[in-house]
Design a protein around this ligand. Structure first.
Ligand code: MG
Length: 375
């Protein structure tokens, strides 16, 4: 593979780790970040966390783990095509959902509501907490001690209040500037991955029909092409052939449009990219519109489908019960969390944060079992 573009993230000029470490003989810094993420406890738990469908509903649906792998594949393709740092993009992708609660967005909304008086709960910030503080892998420091660039990519969004406490990492949210291109790629790859795999999962679950989907321009364009060419194709292969072509179209558009923008903006370095007001890695206006329309469609027809909300309502209730029980009696958590929550001089805010960390780390099935045990 050719050399990196001038505006790619490079280890030699990276901002480094919070705790300095000697270089490894055979691996680069971003390789080590990726390896640390894959070996983390939080990463293994992604297998049992909901994307849209609760983990035990069927073996064919996406989980947070398979979602993260799909994000990584898309992001790596884009990074390589633009001569950016593919290894960094992979590390960010694999870590981007580490802080997600059980039960998908319903879980995160419920936990955020429980934490209302204690600083709230943001899953992006929680992913950063996992890699900075919660993983227990090293004698010398808490967390995984990842490089600045990986951490920059993990923190996709952040409220101004929390950004102020993060030092250099939080500054861009206050100054409304951009992260490096590798972080920008992962951010969009995430949206491309879920928009398309949720069409697949929603169709398989019987919650989205072919007719409904054909109302979506991105889908219908490819439907027309595939149907004309293979009129007798069965539903399963039809839907997969369509989704495959949809992803190809959107990703190709992303690469082409970004390459054009890079040419006209001509940043000389990653710091030039960081100084820009607008993101560089963006879809063309036309495809952006269609992709956004698909997102709105999924919001209305899948995420708010009665079958899905029936599950998510239950999940919200479970999170509320767990939070309330642990907060009033921290000894119901594992010893390690219980002792953190009851340490001398611990105020309610810190105690609530320990409870949130404990709940956020749970898999769907562990949360369900804990709920059973506590009621
Ligand atoms: Mg994601």
């Amino acid at each position: 593979m050719g050399s990196f573009a001038s505006y790619a993230a490079r280890e030699e000029s990276g901002k480094g780790r919070r705790h300095p470490e000697p270089a490894a003989p055979y691996r680069s810094d971003y390789q080590r970040d990726r390896d640390r993420i894959v070996h983390s406890t939080a990463f293994r738990r992604l297998v049992y966390k909901t994307q849209v469908f609760v983990n035990h509903e069927g073996d064919l649906y996406r989980t947070r783990l398979t979602h993260s792998l799909e994000v990584s594949q898309i992001a790596r393709t884009v990074a390589r095509a633009l001569r950016l740092n593919e290894t960094l993009v992979e590390a960010i992708s694999l870590a981007h959902d580490l802080g997600h609660t059980p039960f998908g967005h319903a879980g995160q909304d419920a936990l955020n509501a429980c934490m209302r008086d204690f600083g709230g709960f943001e899953h992006n910030l929680q992913s950063l907490r996992v890699v900075d503080q919660l993983e227990e892998k090293y004698a010398e420091f808490p967390g995984l001690n990842l490089t600045f660039e990986t951490r920059e990519g993990i923190l996709k969004h952040c409220s101004a209040r929390n950004a102020r406490e993060l030092g250099e990492l939080g500054r861009r949210f206050l100054e409304r500037r951009q992260p490096g291109l590798e972080a920008q790629i992962t951010n969009i790859a995430d949206a491309i991955a879920y928009n398309h795999h949720d069409v697949d999962d929603g169709f398989r679950a019987g919650l989205l029909s072919l007719d409904e989907l054909r109302g979506q321009k991105l889908f219908n364009e490819q439907y027309e092409v595939v149907h004309r060419r293979y009129p007798a194709l069965g539903d399963r292969r039809l839907i997969h052939e369509i989704i495959r072509r949809m992803i190809d179209k959107v990703v190709t558009d992303l690469i082409d449009n970004t390459a054009r923008r890079l040419e006209s903006l001509a940043p000389a370095s990653i710091d030039d990219v960081r100084g820009l007001e607008d993101p560089v890695v963006v879809l063309s206006d036309a495809v952006f519109e269609d992709h956004n329309a698909l997102k709105r469609f999924l919001n209305q027809h899948l995420y708010r489908h009665a079958k899905v909300t029936e599950m998510t309502d239950k999940a919200k209730l479970m999170i509320e019960v767990l939070f309330e029980r642990y907060q009033s009696d921290p000894d119901r958590m594992t010893e390690e969390f219980a002792s953190r929550a009851t340490a001398d001089g611990m105020d309610e805010t810190i105690k609530a944060r320990v409870v949130a960390d404990y709940i956020a780390g749970m898999t769907d099935r562990f949360a369900i079992a804990e709920h059973e045990r506590l009621i």
